[in-house]
Design a protein around this ligand. Sequence first.
Ligand code: CP
Length: 326
Amino acid sequence: MQTFLHGRDLIGDLDFSKEEVETVLDVAWDLKRKRALNEPHPYLRDKALAMLFFFSSTRTRGSFEAGMAQLGGHAGFIESKSTQISHGDTAREIGEIYGRYYDGIAIRHCDWLAGNPYISEVAKNARVPVLNMQCDIYHPFQCLADLMTIMEKKGRDLRKKKIVVSWAYAASYLKPISVPQSLILQMPRFGMDVTLSYPPEFMLMPEIEQQARDEARKAGTAFEIVHDMDEGMRGADIVYAKSWGPLLTTADGVEGKRLQDSYKDWIMDQRRLELANPDAIYMHPLPADRNIEVTDEVLDGPHSVVFDEAENRLHAQKAVMALTMG
Ligand code: CP
């Protein structure tokens, strides 16, 4: 157990070592138990977190805000549009100034090629921990909640368990690639065999795919990429099927949508779920395009763990905040 996380940023999934992630999970389960028992746990009394959003959110905002209150502190919701950022405040101003007001700065900025550099620049200029609430490259808090959920459902020893991270069609918008990227980076460290499945135009960042391969090699686990949704499902213990945009192929929204629309048959349905192992779990970070990306039958069915997964955002985030901001 590595307990000295005070003052640390969490921007990329590999910023915390495996042992540090294990510490986060231990603390998260303790906080989950305390909440279930209605046991007060004000580890961040009188502390304040800035939550700066450049993009919409249901779960991330709610879980950080509620989490800070449960820890005895306060979370300030700041929409970028309501600030002076468009009038000249740069990432340096945000880091320097919010770092003097708040005890932590959490940021969601998903714009392609802009989000991660922005968050990193704030972190460079801040005297307090900077937490990535999702950028164009990573969604580390989603991934911690996912790992926590997988361990709750499949046990702590995940060796020889297969997770398929599969692309699925969506009509709503071109979703960021951060969730699949975080998953393929983190899951090999915990023993899972990773299959990444997508139509060829939906590849992830080559350097992230290479890092995932390297992590799998170090952990002695399998990593493969396939371009057939059915093939990816076969023998999976954990089915994580969601949409993302073809950002590595085109940054043009219209062309991206045209490409996406050519794979409408990549829907997560019951027939595909039955290609996985009989006790497979289905995961999705939400929001999902119901009956387009995933059928109601799967999303609301007995294999789906999406609501436990969403709940675990709260516990995992409280653990990181308590460890880094306490
Ligand atoms: N999964 C997730 O990050 O949800 P929100 O976009 O609603 O925050």
